[in-house]
Every structure is written in C-alpha cells, then in structure tokens.
Design a protein around this ligand. Structure first.
Ligand SMILES: NC(=O)C1=CN([C@@H]2O[C@H](COP(=O)(O)OP(=O)(O)OC[C@H]3O[C@@H](n4cnc5c(N)ncnc54)[C@H](O)[C@@H]3O)[C@@H](O)[C@H]2O)C=CC1
Ligand SMILES: NCC(=O)COP(=O)(O)O
Length: 341
C-alpha cells in the first residue's frame, strides 16, 4: 500500500441515492486527498448523478479488471454494467439493477482479496433488489462474509461517540432469545476487542454488554438470559483478558457509552443497537463488517427511495465510510490483522 490507500467504492443500488452520494463524496478534496478511489459501477448512471461537479471527467474509465489502480492519482471508474439511465426506473429496484449492484459487490470483494484495492466501501443497496436478483443474502454483510469464507464476522456501527456491535442481525425479534448463546456472545466479544485494537488503534478496549431484558433481568424477575447466557460469556471473555462489564440495563448503557466510559457496546439484537446509534450518528455513522479478511465499510443508511434522484441526498455518512476505510487500511498495516482467528 502507498501512502494513499486504493479504495474500491461500490455505486450501490442504481435506483437509490448511491450514485449521488458517491459523486458528491468524490467532489470533496478532503476525500480525494486521502485515497485513490476506484468506483465500481455504471458510468452512464454516475454521469446522470454528476449534475454539478463534473468530478467524473477527472477519473479514468476502464473495463479492465486487471488494471493497476495504484498507478494513477485521481482515480478510476470500473465499468461493470451498462444500464440505460433513461429507462432505469429511478426509485424502484428491478432484477437488472439488483444484478448490477450485486456484481459491483462481488467484483469489489475479488479485488480486495487479490490486493488490487486496499479496502472496500459500499454505497447502499436494497434487500428487495438483492432478492429480485435471485440472491438469498440479506445484505452486504452476509454476502461478503460468504464470499470471503468468513464464519467469524459481525456488524459494527461506528461513530466518534458510540460504537455498537450486534450479536444477532436481520432476524425476527421473536427469534432473538432462542438465537442467543454464550458461545456466540463470547465470539462477538472477542472479535470486537480484536477489531478495536487492530482496526481502530485502541490499545486496551473497554467493552460493555447490554442485557436483553428490562433492567438486565432485575435478578431474574424479568428474565434469565442475563444470568444464564450473557454472564457466562462475559466470564469466559474476562478469562481471556477482555475488559468487559457484566450485562448492563439496556436503557442506560448507551448513555454511559456516550459519556466516554466504554469503547463499544455489545448488543443482543438489531434495533437495540441501531436505535440509539442512529439517534446520535444518523448523519455521520459508519457500518463496518468486522472479522473479514478484507476491510469493508459502508454508509449507515439505506437507499432512501423517497428522495432518490432529487439531489437531496446527504453524502456525510458516505464520506465518513471512506475516511474510516482509509484509516483502517493504515491501522491494519500498523497493528496487524488478528481478525478471523
Ligand atoms: N448499507 C445498506 O446497504 C443499507 C441498506 N438498507 C436498505 O435500504 C432500503 C430502504 O431502507 P429505509 O428503512 O427506508 O431506510 P433509509 O435509510 O433508506 O431511509 C430512512 C429515511 O432517512 C432518509 N435518508 C436516508 N439516507 C439519507 C441521506 N444520505 N440523505 C438524506 N436523507 C437520507 C430517507 O430519505 C428516509 O426518509 C431497505 O431495503 C433497507 O434494507 C438499509 C440500511 C443500510
Ligand atoms: N441495518 C443495517 C443494514 O441493513 C445494512 O446491511 P448490510 O447491507 O451492510 O449488510
């Protein structure tokens, strides 16, 4: 890796706000000064999104998957689809847009695994679009984990004030209690500790774990998952040197994290972590998959079809995802890669 990491940036769902936030991000010199971008997407769709900046005219367009991306300062557009921007139904996914966005991700993973890019940043896709394309994956996280052969992975949402890591991700709430196990929670705790060291440069991470039930069970009055499932995982992790709390009441643990007492909160289910996270960091939060053999960051929001192709999309989360990918690439070089062990 040179001083400026080469970042693959997928365009996301062509019918959502992905193309707009990618173009807006690349129009910011703060972004182009810290990386060489390789946009994986569709040149004509990107041009349609580039109404103000003309940033695309500065990038080299190529179809060559074997191109040396480290060899040019401004960046590239790797053309992976040829959708007709006039007939693509903006704001509505189709099998064609679903296929295209899946191709951008798959190609990005291949390039990252081969070392042609230093990290992968993904613009939002729709789960419906993936399904229309015939994919069985719920989102990037599961797709990329599968493609990289990674079993030990997790979803982290990260911002300057709060980081949350999910024990269960996209499953019905009713299935959460039966999906929780001490083994799985211990895995997530260890993976979070390792990632905070290697990718975020935190020397001795301080972790908190949220209970599942009100008041973390209140000594069994409101549930036993804390004592029977979460606490044994905590004890095991402590034996392995992890600095972590007992299961804490979920209604106050996030406040304490915001006050700076913890570097990350281990959460039991999706909305337990994402509601407080998005309240604080919706604009500037980053979604990163931890445990992968590659670096992958993403926006913390979705395809925003209600404002797609109106010019109203805010690129802040995309820019933060790019900055985090660049920083993780540098940290990984410095601290090594203990992920996935
Ligand atoms: N990283 C990813 O690929 C993610 C994908 N999704 C997918 O996106 C689709 C839509 O999900 P929703 O629940 O509607 O969430 P959403 O995040 O797309 O939209 C929620 C609200 O926030 C607004 N919004 C989102 N991003 C914005 C931005 N950058 N600038 C200005 N306003 C913005 C939208 O206009 C909407 O009012 C779903 O299929 C979901 O699965 C959701 C989250 C992350
Ligand atoms: N709720 C976060 C989300 O849906 C993002 O999923 P992914 O596409 O990053 O797996």
């Amino acid at each position: 890796m040179t001083d400026r990491p080469v970042l693959g940036i997928t365009m996301g769902d062509p019918s959502g706000i992905g193309p707009e936030i990618v173009v807006k991000s690349l129009a910011d010199p703060e972004i182009t000064n810290i990386c060489t971008p390789v946009v994986l997407g569709d040149l004509e769709i990107l041009k349609k999104a580039d109404i103000d900046s003309q940033v695309l005219s500065e990038l080299v367009a190529t179809d060559d998957l074997n191109c040396d991306f480290s060899n040019f300062s401004k960046g590239f557009v790797l053309r992976l689809s040829n959708l007709n921007p006039d007939v693509t139904k903006l704001g509505h996914p189709t099998p064609e847009t679903g296929n295209a966005m899946e191709t951008y991700i798959n190609t990005g993973v291949d390039l990252a695994l081969s070392g042609a890019i230093d990290a992968l940043v993904t613009a939002p896709i729709t789960k419906t679009g993936l399904k229309l394309a015939g994919s069985s994956f719920h989102g990037h996280t599961e797709l990329i984990a599968h493609k990289t052969g990674t079993a030990n992975f997790a979803m982290m949402m990260a911002g300057p004030r709060l980081k949350v890591v999910l024990t269960t991700i996209h499953i019905p709430l009713s299935q959460v209690p039966e999906q929780l196990s001490s083994r799985e929670i211990a895995r997530i705790i260890n993976l979070t500790r390792d990632t905070l060291i290697t990718r975020f440069g935190i020397v001795r991470p301080r972790l908190a774990v949220a209970g599942l039930n009100p008041h973390a069970g209140e000594q069994g009055m409101f549930g036993n998952e804390e004592t029977d499932i979460i606490l044994p995982a905590v004890i095991k992790a402590r034996e392995q040197g992890v600095h972590i709390t007992d299961p804490l009441p979920p209604d106050t643990v996030f406040f304490n994290a915001l006050e700076g007492r913890f570097d990350a909160v281990i959460c039991m289910y999706h909305d337990q972590g994402l509601i407080p996270f998005k309240l604080v960091h919706f604009r500037d939060g980053v979604n990163t998959t931890i445990g992968l053999p590659i670096i992958r960051t993403s926006v913390d929001h979705g395809t925003a079809y209600d404002i797609a192709w109106t010019g109203k999309a805010d690129p802040t989360s995309m820019k933060e995802a790019i900055k985090m990918a660049a920083a993780q690439a540098v940290n990984q070089k410095k601290y090594g890669n203990r992920n996935g062990r």
